[in-house]
Design a protein around this ligand. Structure first.
Ligand code: C5P
Length: 222
């Protein structure tokens, strides 16, 4: 059987990683969360008190930074310079600064180089913002997941409460909208549906329903 490359893009909190993980598991493919790579660099930049507008300083840091995405039975683990930062990269401080770090073309170029290196053999499910447009333009399956800001904020809110994290729905809505705006308006590789991506509006769909739709696309091409 052919080992495909599957690109899953979309705005913040659209459920990309949840469905990408399940699809990867069903196919025994590797799941690559590219947002985690931008988050890991952002976390390191904050810890090292770097100026997030300084492209060259961020690139220099990235070039000497090791980021590993490792599968585990608890989900994907993220290692930054051999330290587990899986939880640290999900704080609101990282979330609210990552889009600024991700604007810089030199940072993106190095990230894309690393992401493409993960995918040379196929058999990957990669999620992000520019996978179908820039990272894997030849991907056999391209999906663009959509949902209203209200729906995405409510899902994140419920998820936070389940994890026992404090959460504010209105604030979540603002943060998600702000992140989408920065990600969509940047000059290099903005958040955008690839021309040949299939759009799936998940607003009224369950997770298994979204997975089902993606698996149908996969089976058409495998
Ligand atoms: O997917 P996640 O929400 O974890 O991504 C965090 C941030 O990383 C995004 O808001 C965006 O600024 C950046 N990102 C990106 N390109 C990608 C993946 C993520 O610019 N391919």
């Amino acid at each position: 059987k052919k080992r495909l490359s599957i690109a899953i893009d979309g705005p913040a909190a659209a459920g990309k990683s949840t469905v990408a993980k399940i699809v990867a598991e069903k196919l025994s493919y590797v799941y690559i969360d590219t947002g985690a790579m931008y988050r890991a660099l952002t976390y390191k930049a904050i810890v090292n008190q770097l100026e997030l507008n300084e492209e060259v300083a961020l690139l220099d840091t990235l070039l000497s930074t090791d980021i590993k995405l490792l599968p585990s039975n608890k989900g994907q683990l993220v290692y930054l310079d051999n330290k587990d930062v899986t939880n640290e990269i999900r704080t609101s401080e990282v979330t609210n600064n990552v889009s600024i770090v991700s604007i810089h073309p030199k940072v993106r170029r190095e990230m894309v180089r690393r992401q493409q290196a993960f995918a040379t053999e196929g058999g990957v499910v990669m999620d992000g913002r520019d996978i179908g447009t820039h990272v894997l333009p030849e991907a056999e399956v391209k999906v663009f997941l959509l949902a209203s800001v209200e729906e995405r904020a409510e899902r994140r809110y419920t998820e936070n409460l389940q994890k026992g994290f404090p959460s504010d729905l209105e604030k979540l809505k603002e943060e998600i909208a702000r992140r989408d705006k920065i990600d969509s308006e940047r000059d290099v590789a903005p958040l955008k549906k690839a021309d040949d991506a299939i759009e799936i509006d998940t607003t009224s769909l369950t997770i298994p329903e979204v997975v089902e739709k993606i698996m149908a696309l996969v089976h058409e091409r495998i």
